[in-house]
Design a protein. Structure first.
Length: 113
């Protein structure tokens, strides 16, 4: 019988610089380090910039694959479906991030009133 090898699970890289709630990249995951001031703004901004860039690149990849499919130059037609799914997931993630940011803003405004 052949030796079977199962690939170990690798940790998933999170979006942007934020690795855990309230922790900044480079600090321990269990740490209670708070992100404040410009650090917090840049981490928040970086998450949204990365999500927007992800939507752009996946949409460009989808358009390229659709063009190749339409002109008959693509070898694997299933890549168009995969690219469409990636583009949809990227857009859904961006919308979810926006929704959560708006909910957090509204909650802060409600608390301040």
């Amino acid at each position: 019988m052949e030796d079977m090898f199962i690939t170990p699970i690798q940790p998933w890289n999170r979006i942007g610089e934020v690795e855990a709630v309230g922790a900044v990249k480079g600090s321990s995951a269990g740490s209670s380090t708070k992100v404040k001031g410009q650090e917090g703004i840049s981490a928040f901004k970086g998450i949204f910039e990365e999500a927007i860039n992800n939507v752009r690149t996946t949409d460009q990849n989808l358009a390229k694959n659709q063009y190749l499919l339409a002109t008959g130059q693509i070898e694997d037609p299933h890549t168009v479906g995969i690219a469409a799914s990636q583009a949809q997931l990227a857009a859904d993630l961006l919308v979810a991030l926006r929704t959560k940011a708006m909910e957090a803003y509204n909650e802060i405004m409600r608390l301040g009133a």
